[in-house]
Ligand binder design. Structure first.
Ligand SMILES: Nc1ncnc2c1ncn2[C@@H]1O[C@H](COP(=O)(O)OP(=O)(O)O)[C@@H](O)[C@H]1O
Ligand SMILES: CC(=O)N[C@@H](CCC(=O)OP(=O)(O)O)C(=O)O
Length: 303
């Protein structure tokens, strides 16, 4: 085995490190003991280097006295697995139509491979992560999502069956509260049972919003694949009130997948979360940039 000799730290390195720590310290104290829920979207899970930087950030939050809770997605990864198995993906209003065979794959990918990858990355960064889904400790109970459409010709309303797609109706804090008092960092997969025990696939944004609401989180961060909410000229909007966000949805500036995301942000604020931030998960260490620097990153949505 060969080992590389450690390169001694130069004065410039030391001063730069000291500057970063000095800048971060007041923010670490501001968020001391506060819960921060971080939704790590499937599109934000890029290269190994990015996942490593994310895991380091989450580990550092815990070491700094915060209480980070990770909720992850994995839509593209589920799609890739379904492709390999020759099952077609179908979405309605951004939700995956999930039959019994599909929900099995969804649970395997989310609560299995992706969850354990994130747990391993955090553990490799020096943290102690425990991976759970909504099933563990009866943390989350879901109910089936119902959607209706109106036939434009007959004007008759019809129920659209999305299969095993759920929304969280109960979030029990017990297990998460125990973890908050320990070294453990919870990593949650958005899968949960209904009252009967059937397994449901839950949109990860919705799951994160419900968890953040139940924990009265100080911050809910959504890591996605754009810098935040963009205006008509594609410039980043740094701060947005709920009223402004609603106006941007109504005038079409906010569209596509950003609509349910911003609506989830609004619901989380209504449930008592203090601030919600949408930010670019492809920027290394974006979580620390947002929480521990003056300039922040992304779009902060406040009540
Ligand atoms: N005003 C807007 N600002 C930023 N993104 C927007 C806006 N309107 C629509 N979008 C789209 O929303 C997408 C993010 O939503 P989505 O793909 O559902 O994210 P994720 O998969 O990370 O949950 C962006 O990639 C962008 O194409
Ligand atoms: C019901 C529903 O659509 N569930 C999502 C769950 C994963 C998810 O939301 O992942 P991202 O955050 O990466 O999009 C799905 O099956 O794709």
């Amino acid at each position: 085995m060969t080992t590389e000799p450690n390169t001694p730290e130069t004065d410039a390195d030391f001063h730069s490190r000291a500057r970063i720590i000095a800048e971060a310290l007041p923010y670490m104290l501001r968020y001391d003991d506060q819960t921060v829920v971080v939704k790590y979207g499937g599109h934000a899970m890029g290269s190994h280097a990015l996942s490593k930087a994310f895991a380091e950030d989450i580990t550092l939050l815990k070491l700094s006295g915060l209480n980070p809770v990770v909720v992850h997605g994995g839509g593209p990864q589920i799609g890739a697995m379904l492709d390999r198995l020759g099952i077609k993906s179908e979405f309605r209003d951004g939700l995956r139509v999930t039959d019994r065979a599909t929900v099995e794959i969804v649970e395997m990918v989310l609560a299995g491979s992706i969850n354990k990858e994130i747990v391993s990355a955090i553990n490799a960064a020096g943290g102690r992560a425990v991976g759970l889904s909504g099933k563990d400790g009866r943390m989350v109970t879901a109910t089936k999502v119902t959607r209706t459409t109106i036939d434009p010709n007959s004007n008759i309303e019809a129920v659209v069956d999305l299969g095993f797609v759920g929304e969280p109706t109960t979030v029990r804090r017990e297990v998460l509260d125990i973890m908050a008092r320990s070294e453990i960092i919870p990593v949650l997969a958005p899968v949960a049972p209904d009252e009967k025990g059937d397994t449901y696939n839950i949109n990860a944004d919705t799951f994160a919003g419900a968890v953040a609401g139940a924990l009265n989180a100080r911050r809910l961060l959504f890591l996605t694949d754009v810098p935040g909410v963009l205006d008509r000229d594609k410039n980043l909007i740094k701060e947005l009130s709920v009223a402004d966000a609603r106006r941007l949805i109504a005038d079409g500036t906010i569209s596509g997948g950003m609509i349910p995301k911003v609506e989830t942000c609004i619901e989380a604020l209504e449930r008592g979360v203090e601030g919600v931030v949408i930010l670019d998960g492809k920027v290394p260490h974006v979580v620390l940039l947002e929480l521990f620097t003056e300039r922040g990153a992304g779009t902060l949505i406040t009540p």
